[in-house]
Design a protein around this ligand. Sequence first.
Ligand code: AMP
Length: 395
Amino acid sequence: MPVTISNPTLVLNCGSSSIKYALISADNQVRITGLAENLGLDTAHIKHKGLDGNKQEINIAGGSHKLALQKILALLEQYQPIAVGHRVVHGGREFSEAVKVTPHVLEEVKRLKIIAPLHNPANALGIEAVNAIYPDLPQVVVFDTAFHQTMPAKAYRYAIPKALYDEERIRRYGFHGTSHAYISSRADTLSTAEGKHGWLTAHLGNGCSAAAIYDGKSLDTSMGITPLEGLMMGTRSGDVDPGLHIHLKRTLGMSLEEIDTMLNKQSGLLGVSGLSNDMRTVEQAANEGNEDAKLALEMFCYRAGKYLASLSCALPKLTGIIFSGGIGENSAVIRDNILQVMRHFDIRVDTAKNNELYAGNEGSFHHPDSKLELWVIPTDEEYRIAQETREALGL
Ligand code: AMP
């Protein structure tokens, strides 16, 4: 008998040279996943993990987004997805929730290339490719920025001339919205604290951001008009003095493009350690006594703790702190070091519990005497996107 998945939603995350996909059953109990990589190159291929966990690799040498999607949809056809949800990085200020794709929505996704040049065009390609193959399959876009549209003006405006906001939409948007939304709503379910909850959420992966969330609404976040603002990340610098750009231009003759590349691709853990953007490599080197790696770790934790502390100002009430992302979900040492930076918050860590939280485990690790709750919640952006897709379509 063929295996079926009840009313599955296909979640697509189209990057500039990759497509991550997941077919998720309505009850989130069954999932088929895969990744198309190196699109456009001779090495283009799809890594597919079937229902039974069996893995296969499909060569699509030179394949474009369209070809990859044709293959992916063919692999999934027998399970009859009822809708497609696309992760779209930038929704500008028009979109505060997931919306069904219409010609207008697609035009907007493309137009927002001005502020997300690497991501939005790839997202638009994915929508068009699905449309070309299955014109009747409903598609929804779920924006990384949408969850943060509840931020008040005092949090989202930059202190620069008003006309730049009015005419050019220059403001803070925030990213990783589906992750912050998922982990905070999960903590709302798990916590036994009474009344409305106020959370500081730390999504610490290769990209890192923090947010202040009260009663399910984002009130402030660390990323800005682009995902460069805020915390120190794998290869991104996070906050620098905005005067750095002109200084580097004057002293070293660097162009804006060179400075942009340096801040996005050569900075963060990689730039400071001189070794890697991968936290595991940096942690290991630090343990072996490498001074640059030790400083990279210290800076990472200091800046994360400092940001979380400052974001607490956005919350009417602080219930606790939630860690997520590859680093936040796996490294007890980093979590502990970040919390030590926040030493005036009356936080007490249960060390044994903290050490047990890794590799997808979900749970709390605060000591009963702690003023704040502490949680590790593995993020599940795919599930959240599937959920929002169904809601947007009224399914
Ligand atoms: P993500 O972008 O969420 O996949 O997270 C990637 C980051 O998580 C990389 O910096 C990894 O080194 C880091 N990471 C994954 N596992 C661990 C671990 N066990 N300890 C520390 N960092 C980890």
